[in-house]
Design a protein around this ligand. Structure first.
Ligand code: ZN
Length: 211
């Protein structure tokens, strides 16, 4: 039975949808390994705001605000200093990656990808991974970063659709099935996201979730 037909998925989705309705911009993902509901994990990403709530600990660095305003597009020439983004690294081919001990990247898909090595440790090698995402993966609004993997670091390009493609390519022998639910309201943004997902053709089964 696929993830979206499982009762445990329905239970998790119901409660995450309640949270999403109360928190504009909240996007979440639900993953499962090998049809086993005990491996279900959820990942939630709060929406970016231009008026972030400052917390007692940490808060939001001005540089984070700057990069938010720049749509997270980081160029090799940028010299960004701050608590969250230390700088950029030229990685060849005219591309740059964010270099930081705690790299950015907190879209729901990125949180999933970040935890993936740990899930392989915990659940063992998977032959099948199901992933539900409450909004279509972005085309280019998440910056590039590198994911530590047993076979060497995998460079993840800009955009969550592209990141998923890179990780799926780097982990052969797994049947991936991905559902996304909401569209972006802006037609141009949505079209770019759909185009980015074309990279997954032949590598994953990608469908829109319709309940
Ligand atoms: Zn994204």
């Amino acid at each position: 039975m696929t993830l979206i037909r499982s009762r445990e998925f329905a239970r998790q989705k119901r409660s995450l949808d309640v949270f999403a309705r109360a928190n504009r911009g909240y996007v979440y993902a639900i993953s499962r390994f090998d049809d086993d509901d005990s491996t279900i994990c959820t990942f939630g990403s709060m929406g970016y705001r231009d008026d972030p709530i400052k917390t007692g600990i940490g808060g939001v660095a001005p540089v984070t605000l700057l990069s938010m305003k720049n749509n997270n597009k980081v160029k090799a020439s940028d010299q960004i200093m701050g608590g969250f983004v230390a700088g950029t690294e030229n990685i060849g081919l005219g591309k740059s990656a964010v270099r930081n001990e705690q790299q950015g990247g907190a879209h729901a898909e990125e949180l999933f990808l970040r935890k993936l090595p740990q899930m392989f440790d915990e659940f063992g090698e998977a032959s099948k991974i199901d992933l539900f995402i409450s909004r279509i993966p972005c085309a280019n609004t998440s910056a590039s970063w590198s994911l530590a993997a047993p076979g060497g670091n995998v460079l993840l390009p800009c955009g969550c659709g592209n990141k998923l493609t890179a990780v799926i390519q780097a982990n052969p022998g797994i049947t991936w099935r991905i559902w996304w639910e909401e569209e972006y309201p802006n037609a141009t943004t949505q079209a770019a996201c759909v185009a980015a997902l074309n990279g997954l053709r032949g590598r994953a089964i990608v469908e829109r979730y319709r309940g």
